[in-house]
Structure formats: C-alpha cells, structure tokens
Design a protein around this ligand. Structure first.
Ligand SMILES: Cc1cc2nc3c(=O)[nH]c(=O)nc-3n(C[C@H](O)[C@H](O)[C@H](O)COP(=O)(O)OP(=O)(O)OC[C@H]3O[C@@H](n4cnc5c(N)ncnc54)[C@H](O)[C@@H]3O)c2cc1C
Length: 417
C-alpha cells in the first residue's frame, strides 16, 4: 500500500496523522511545490511584521517526517494525474504511483485581469514566498496599496504599518471584512484601523497598475490615481484545481467529496480549501476555507484511506482574528437575507459589539468584537441547533455562562452531564 498526498499544508498534516492512527507500516509520500516544511499560512503576516521568526512559522517539529515515516518531495509541482494508471507526473518528469491519493492542493489567489500586473512589486499574500518577496521590496515610508479589505488583506495592511509603510486599502464593497462583519461591526473596526494609519478607499477598485518597469501608481475605477511602490492583491482564494481540468474528477467550485472525503474516483480523496464541504448552517455544500476544517477533513480522509471508517459531519465558517488591539470572533451567517431575529449590543466607548442572528429560536450566526468570553458555548449551541428562545437576552452579556442554560439543555443537548 502506498499513500500519496499532493500538498504539504494543514490538510496534509491531518491526513498523515489520520493514516498513522491506523496504519504504521506503509509508505506515505507528500509532494509540495513549495520548498518548506509544513508551515502556517495564518502566520505569514506575523513573520512579515517581525512579530515571529521563521522557526515559529512551522506547524510541526523538524523530526515530523521522520517520526511519521513520511517521504517529503518538496519544491516539486505535480503537473498531471492519470487516475486510470494511478500515476502522478511531476515537473522534473518523475512519475509516482499511488494506491490511495489525497488531493490537498488548497486555494490559489484570485487576481483580476487588469493592465500592468506584470510590473515589478506586484504581489499576492498567501504563501511564505509571497511575504519573503514583499519583505525585500519594502522600507520605512514605502507606499503600499492593498487590494482587498478582507481578512488576509487587512493582516497584510497591519504587518506593513508595523514595518513603517504607508498603507491604503482598496475595497470594492461598501465595508471592510464583508463576509464576516455587518455595517456596524465593520465601521467600528475600520475606525480603529484608521487610528493606526491605514487609509481606506471603499466602493472602488483598481483598474490599472501604472509605471515603467515597476509599480509607480495605481488607477482606480473612478480614474483617480494613487502613488504606490508596491501593490498586494488579496481579494480571496479559489480552489486550486487547475491540474484536474479535463480529468473525470468531479469539480463544482471545489472538488466534490462525500462525508468520507472520497471523490468520485476510486481511491482518490480530497480535503481542505480545495473541496466543497457541508455547511451545517446553510444546509448546503460550499468551500469553507478555514484552517480547522482543513485539518479535520484531512484527518477523516487519512483514517478512511488506511481502512478505517470515519465521517466528516460538516461545519460552518468561524473566524477568530485580531488587528492591533481589536479582536473579534465571528461565525455562521452574520448578514441574514431572510426574515431573522437580530439581537445586538454596541458599546462604542469600550469598542464592544455583540450581535446574534436567530431563526426559529436557533442561532444562525454571531459577531463578537472585543468581548468573546464563552464563544465556545455559542458555537456549541449553533452546532447542536439548540432552541435558545428562553434565554436569548443572556447571550449578549459578557458574563453569559453555563448556568444561564436551562437544565435540560445542559444535561442533554450539549454537555450530556
Ligand atoms: C494570510 C492568511 C491568513 C489566514 N488566516 C486564517 C485564520 O486566521 N484562521 C483560519 O482558520 N484560516 C486562515 N487562513 C486560511 C488557512 O490558511 C487555510 O484554510 C489553510 O491553509 C488550508 O489548508 P490546505 O491544506 O487545504 O491548503 P493550503 O494551505 O492552501 O496548502 C496547499 C498545499 O498544496 C501545495 N500544492 C498546490 N498545488 C500543488 C501542485 N500542483 N503540486 C504540488 N503541490 C501543490 C502547496 O504548495 C501547499 O503545500 C489564512 C490564510 C492566509 C493566506
């Protein structure tokens, strides 16, 4: 039996650890086009800001591959997979056979097709090599334009401010962090970020990058021009499925898998940002590109690849993130379109915002800014679809806790005490 994993990130780590729960004997090969040991993408902005050194960016100890008896093939791209022959073709013409394959190729940055992209100092913000290249391009006072006011765009902006750059964030939507915050939450966070010097241009986009060889200015949709020494595109990620086009692998937006993380092709599994997983709140499959999902899906795939029997029940997006001294946790649906009950508490002076969206007494989503004690309980109530009607006002309080729950909920639904 030979296990092969394409990808060497968190879904791959989950898979390796899942396989080794059952099978301690057979060979595992991990292939990644990046040359690094397993590292954390969420930490690349902290490396760029100088908060952590390179050693801290790696998820697993140096003897990990040895301990788990994994053969890593790093710095090599898989160019093609022949599912009939069970064979992978690498960019150095090597061919590798598999008995069981995990596709964990993650996401790739979405870049709009605009003029001037090929100029020097245009970057994306997803890989360790991206921030290493940005590090070389910046100096205090450098003018940076970040395209995209989502999570990773703002993490890039924060890191650049900490490195002494002048930063402007361009966001197409009316507010920053559009997928995880509502208007009030976004305004609160934007106000705080402005205090640290980040400038925002909302409801606008970049249509051209200007300059001779390197970036000198960007042109906005409104024809305005902004001087820039570097531009970082951080608009979002899309599943990295390019090498599977024209194969029988079933792909919608991401690779389609069942609850065992099996694809439509025998002995081929997929996990992480490259798949569509079941969203427990929306009740449909979609790409949920967050780290804990990738690990659990990889682990489930690994256990099943090794002959075990495990299912991935699904999840929903949960984000825990901070910028400077403002911290937030959000989850599920926070801008409900349908008729929902919305509970809110805003304390501008303490920079606290709590919002909970309810439908038929069940929590659909939440935003907690600078006040997120007991968020784990809220997530449990969501997952277990507990009817919170009887104690909903308590959910907004800082000191909401276990004793606020009705006895039967405590006993049966969640903690089974
Ligand atoms: C800046 C940033 C901040 C983030 N912050 C958070 C956060 O705070 N919380 C959170 O939950 N999530 C966060 N995320 C998302 C999180 O990092 C991803 O959900 C997670 O990394 C997905 O893991 P993965 O294993 O599916 O794929 P990825 O991490 O995308 O890894 C894909 C792997 O596949 C390899 N690969 C791809 N194609 C090939 C090929 N053809 N041949 C060989 N190798 C290939 C790559 O080299 C890589 O090793 C953040 C992401 C970024 C970029």
């Amino acid at each position: 039996m030979k296990y092969v994993i394409i990808g060497n990130s968190i879904a791959a780590a989950g898979c390796i650890e899942g396989i080794r729960k059952i099978d301690n004997e057979n060979e595992i090969i991990v292939i990644s086009q990046e040359p690094y040991h397993i590292y954390s993408r969420p930490l690349i902005s902290y490396w760029l800001s100088g908060k952590i050194n390179e050693e801290k960016i790696y998820y697993r100890p140096w003897d990990y591959y040895e301990k788990y008896r994994v053969k890593p093939i790093l710095g090599r791209k898989v160019e093609r997979v022949d599912f009939d022959e069970k064979k992978l073709y690498l960019d150095n013409n090597d061919e590798i056979y598999y008995d069981k394959l995990l596709i964990a190729t993650g996401g790739k940055p979405f870049i709009p097709n605009i003029l001037g992209l090929a100029k020097k100092n245009v970057f994306t913000f997803i890989k360790f090599d991206d921030v290493k290249a940005i590090d070389k391009a910046i100096c205090p006072g450098a003018k940076a334009v970040v395209v995209g006011g989502g999570l990773s765009g703002l993490k890039a902006a924060e890191a650049l401010i900490k490195r002494g750059c002048e930063v402007t964030v361009i966001e197409l939507a009316e507010r920053i962090l559009g997928s995880i915050l509502d208007d009030e939450g976004a305004k609160l966070v934007q106000n705080e970020l402005e205090k640290y010097g980040i400038k925002f241009v909302l409801k606008n986009s970049v249509i051209e990058i200007l300059g001779e060889e390197r970036v000198e200015k960007i042109k906005l949709q409104t024809q305005e021009e902004i001087p820039a020494d570097l531009v970082i595109f951080s608009i979002g990620v899309v599943p990295n499925v390019d090498i599977f086009k024209d194969t029988p692998l079933k792909i919608n937006r991401g690779i389609i898998v069942n609850t065992k993380m099996e694809t439509n092709i025998p002995d081929v599994y997929a996990a992480g940002d490259v798949v569509e997983a079941f969203d427990l709140i929306l009740g449909e499959k979609r790409v949920i590109p967050i780290l804990p999902n990738a690990y659990i899906q990889g682990e489930v795939a690994g256990i099943n690849m090794a002959g075990g029997d495990f299912e991935y029940e699904g999840s929903f997006p949960i984000n825990s993130i901070g910028f400077f001294d403002i911290h937030m946790m959000t989850g599920g649906i926070v801008n409900p379109k349908e008729d929902c009950e919305v509970l809110k508490r805003l304390e501008r002076d303490r920079k606290i915002y709590r919002k909970i969206c309810l439908k038929d007494g069940r929590i659909l989503g939440f935003i907690f800014i600078n006040s997120f004690d007991r968020t784990g309980m809220i997530v449990d109530l969501m997952k277990n679809k507990v009817d919170v009607s009887g104690f909903k006002e308590r959910l907004l309080l800082d000191n909401f806790g276990f004793l606020d729950l009705p006895k039967e909920v405590r006993r049966e639904k969640i903690w089974r005490v």
